[in-house]
Design a protein around this ligand. Structure first.
Ligand SMILES: Nc1ncnc2c1ncn2[C@@H]1O[C@H](COP(=O)(O)OP(=O)(O)OP(=O)(O)O)[C@@H](O)[C@H]1O
Length: 581
């Protein structure tokens, strides 16, 4: 079986928990199809017995039956529509939750080879497609299939001669409609893609609005954007033209065919070979059979596209997670900050030929502040990634409290660290929500103590909405220094035994710089701290400095020692360390 159909089966498995809803839907489906078909018989009785006999009582009786059928049809359709759509929405909600739960645990390396924008589009576009198929197309296909089969049987029962004529002429009507329909569908898909490109372009430009304006790039962007919009318009126009043709052709062919039938059938009625009711019922059934055949063929295209979406979704869901907790993790003792790197080697999975960390060994002492310094690209941030197990090393070992970090439960390991990165990640939401990110149950007093220690409390209070001030995406609306202090307050609140700090390279003004510096000093006072240092003030006050060069430990010691013993360090200190603060 091809992957695609396996994926469809796996997607269908999501329906399993909802057997009763499926039962309701199927029941309603058969009921409505049955009633629709029996309306033809109702029409026949109405014409032959109600009108032809000129009896008002019989007419009233048959109109009543007809109305009852209509009410039943309404109830059945309500049930079918509600349960089928419910199923579609429910199943897609389940798949979305499962995919997200899987993605958020996946190793970060996965997102390097798969653009997150593309994954986002899968989560929206593919899901919408699947939803429309589970929540409507399947039921439309099934209903029309039942009507098609039932309609053909009833056509034969009603009149064999006319049925044979209809059967011979159906392809004449259906084939042109299918051809036009296919072209319209192809153009609709192209049109959707074009609209998606327009959306992506707007997203990218608005996300980078300052760069766009700083480089006076608006005129060029307008030209590009106009091009995208015009492309989308041209395709939409073509699609509309084809669709208009399709509608016109359908009208001519379908009503033409009905006209022919009326002619042949009418002659039979005049010659008394069949009754007027039979002819009316016959025309009703032919319309049903014709439209059912059209719908089934149209829905088949949808089902095929949905199979593609199912395949991509299942691929995502089955992507193996390469970083996970061991089955029987070791118990982590109280973490004091005893970290040992032992001859570790590492290359990023996306560039396996470049050894970023090369036979690196280092023992971190309890409670010390260790500054990591080195040229840009030396591998400092990579060491943090390895400590947090975003990637696994290829050889050697990293031990925390004497235990290899690969033998620890991932959440235990990561709970031991508080990370303050160079560009602190803040999320959409209030300042308070951002502070509570890793410690949701913190009391207000704890939050205040943390923000005071990070020298950000007064600033927060100066905002009109204080702690409830909303931050835009990625902390929009705060300066670099404010973001860092907020991140430091968050780290204080987490109160993890080891602090990982990636100092900002961007120069802060001296006031802000000194606040950040003091906040860091407080934060690192009673815990083991690894800091990627870019400032002279930081390296001078650090207990020890590790100089990293090409992923290797080049030298280790205090500032004064390294200034004497290492040429590279002396050069680095002269040229690179920022002296502000
Ligand atoms: N995700 C990645 N995939 C492949 N290569 C990477 C990845 N991240 C970093 N690298 C490469 O690994 C090397 C070390 O990068 P790292 O970020 O650890 O350096 P760094 O010392 O922190 O530099 P800086 O001070 O400029 O931040 C660099 O050559 C970089 O290009």
């Amino acid at each position: 079986m091809s992957n695609r159909w396996q994926a469809v089966l796996k997607t269908a498995a999501f329906l399993k928990p909802y057997k009763s809803s499926m039962g309701f839907s199927l029941l309603a489906l058969f009921l409505t199809a049955g009633i629709t078909l029996s309306i033809g018989q109702g029409i026949r009785l109405l014409v032959d017995r109600g009108f032809a006999t000129q009896s008002p009582e019989l007419l009233a009786q048959y109109v009543l039956i007809f109305l009852m059928l209509v009410v039943l049809l309404a109830i059945g359709t309500f049930t079918r529509y509600y349960w089928v759509t419910w199923l579609g929405e429910r199943v897609i909600a389940d798949i979305r939750r499962k995919v997200f739960a899987h993605l958020i645990d996946l190793h970060p390396g996965f997102f390097e080879t798969n653009r997150s924008l593309e994954i986002q589009s899968r989560l929206t576009a593919d899901m919408t497609l699947l939803q429309s198929v589970v929540g409507s197309s399947i039921s439309v296909a099934l209903r029309n299939l039942i009507m098609l089969i039932g309609g053909v049987i009833l056509l034969f029962i009603t009149n064999v001669k006319l049925t044979i004529i209809v059967m011979l002429s159906i392809p004449l009507v259906i084939i042109p409609i299918l051809l036009f329909g296919r072209r319209v569908r192809l153009l609709s898909r192209q049109s959707q893609d074009k609209v998606a490109t327009v959306g992506a372009y707007v997203g990218e430009m608005l996300g980078q609005i300052k760069t766009v304006q700083a480089y006076n790039h608006q005129a060029v962007d307008k030209i590009h954007f106009n091009q995208y919009v015009e492309d989308a318009f041209l395709i939409a126009r073509q699609r509309t033209l084809q669709r208009a043709w399709l509608i016109a052709v359908v009208i001519v062919l379908v009503f033409g065919a009905i006209g022919v039938m009326l002619w042949i059938g009418g002659m039979d009625v005049i010659e008394d070979k069949i009754s007027g009711g039979e002819l009316a019922a016959f025309i009703f059934y032919s319309i049903i059979v014709g439209s059912a055949a059209g719908s089934v063929s149209e829905v088949l295209g949808d089902l095929q596209r949905a199979a593609g979406a199912a395949e991509r979704t299942m691929e995502l869901l089955e992507e193996p997670c390469q970083i996970y907790s061991p089955a029987n993790p070791c118990q982590l003792p109280v973490v004091t900050g005893n970290i040992v790197f032992q001859q570790i080697c590492f290359a990023y999975p996306s560039r396996p030929e470049i050894q970023v960390i090369n036979d690196f060994s280092l023992t971190v002492r309890l409670g010390e502040t260790l500054a990591l310094v080195g040229l840009s690209g030396a591998g400092k941030s990579t060491l943090f990634d390895l400590l947090l197990r975003f990637y696994d090393i290829q050889s050697g070992s990293i031990k925390l409290e004497g235990i290899d970090i690969r033998d620890l439960d991932l959440s235990d390991l990561r709970r031991s660290f508080a990370l303050v990165s160079q560009n602190p990640a803040l999320f959409h939401g209030s300042i308070e929500q951002n502070l509570r990110y890793a410690h949701p149950n913190a009391t207000n007093a704890e939050i205040e103590a943390a923000t005071k220690a990070a020298f950000i409390h007064d600033f927060i209070l100066s905002l009109p909405q204080g702690y409830q001030t909303n931050l835009g995406d990625t902390g929009l609306g705060l300066s670099g220094g404010q973001k860092q202090r907020l991140a430091i307050a968050r780290a204080i609140l987490v109160d993890a035994p080891i602090l990982l700090l990636d100092e900002a390279t961007s120069a802060l003004d001296s006031q802000s710089e000194s606040w950040v510096q003091q906040a860091i000093t407080r934060l690192s006072a009673d815990r083991t701290t690894l800091v990627i240092a870019h400032r002279l003030s930081t390296v001078v006050t650090a207990d020890r400095i590790a100089l990293i060069h090409h992923g290797h430990l080049e030298a280790l010691g205090t500032h004064a020692e390294l200034m004497k013993s290492s040429d590279l360090y002396a050069r680095l200190a002269m040229s690179r360390f920022q002296t502000s603060g």
